[in-house]
Design a protein around this ligand. Structure first.
Ligand code: ATP
Ligand code: MG
Length: 260
């Protein structure tokens, strides 16, 4: 089944074609990586899919429902959740509070029962406490729970943005360069967590990442953008042998991967 599907989406900023006619399908349960040189349109594609931008042309479908132009919070509540290339979490709150904010998007108790402090709300609070606990452990943040976000190491901040996204209960998690700025140990932890998000939780993953070793090792499929257009799509070994892809990356380190 298709989780996310774009049909000929384009995004123009004035005369600049940031994304041009991109049709891409993310299948349920897969890890699909979106790669491409700087400025290729990867983040813009994320913005189009998640409602932060409305495409100039084309259509976006999530779980076979059209979501083109819907606001981000509506798309997120349907189960499409993304992280940002730059950390955008609240520096002055604790780790635990930040994750709790993610849950607010997914609260099941009705407004009436919240207002009256009824039983559904207390049940909901209990449920959230349990899930919060599990999520902090899952993302390796349990020891940092009381720390202010601004005081935790950068790698933990990146992990926190994943924890916040998971707290909203996504079906599709879209990660925009999650390994940027991580050291080798943190990168290994990240790979492990991405595999477990898909394996243990059954969440589909769309990943933008410049670290080729990382994407080749964890992706089921890869898609390549270059100058806003989709250049290639296929299995990691096909992509890393594709001459057009190697050409697009020449001088950018990709040839190292194709040579093993
Ligand atoms: N809001 C905007 N207004 C104008 N131009 C934009 C805007 N957002 C992106 N662009 C331009 O669109 C093009 C694609 O940018 P985008 O951020 O999508 O690339 P990217 O593939 O994510 O690159 P990187 O790997 O550097 O993150 C670039 O030329 C960029 O300058
Ligand atoms: Mg980007």
């Amino acid at each position: 089944m298709s989780m996310l599907r774009s049909e000929n989406v384009s995004m123009y900023f004035g005369g600049l074609k940031a994304v041009e006619n991109v049709s891409l399908e993310v299948r349920e349960g897969e890890i699909l990586s979106l790669i491409g040189p700087n400025g290729a349109g990867k983040t813009t594609f994320f913005n189009l899919a998640s409602g932060f931008l409305t495409p100039t042309k084309g259509h976006v479908y999530f779980s076979d429902k059209e979501v083109t132009g819907l606001p981000p919070h509506v798309i997120a509540s349907m189960g499409l959740v993304r992280t940002f290339q730059k950390t955008n979490i609240f520096a002055e709150v604790s780790v635990e509070e930040s994750v709790r904010i993610g849950f607010n998007l997914h609260r099941r108790a009705s407004l009436g029962s919240i207002l009256t402090g009824g039983r559904a709300t207390r049940d909901e609070d209990g449920r959230i406490a349990g899930v919060l606990e599990e999520l902090l452990a899952f993302t390796g943040l349990a020891d940092w729970r009381k720390a202010l976000v601004k005081n935790i190491p950068y790698g933990k901040q990146r992990m926190l943005s994943i924890a916040i996204a998971l707290a909203t209960g996504p079906k599709l998690l879209m990660l925009d360069e999650p390994a940027t700025g991580l050291n080798p140990v943190e990168t290994k932890e990240l790979i492990d967590i991405i595999l477990r998000i898909r394996g243990d939780r059954g969440i589909t993953i769309l990943l933008i990442e410049h670290n080729m070793r990382l994407v080749v090792s964890i992706s089921d499929r890869m898609a390549v953008l270059s100058y806003g257009e989709k250049l290639a799509e296929g299995k990691p070994d096909e992509i890393s042998r594709n001459p057009a892809v190697i050409e697009a990356y020449l001088g950018k380190g990709f040839q190292n991967v194709s040579q093993g």
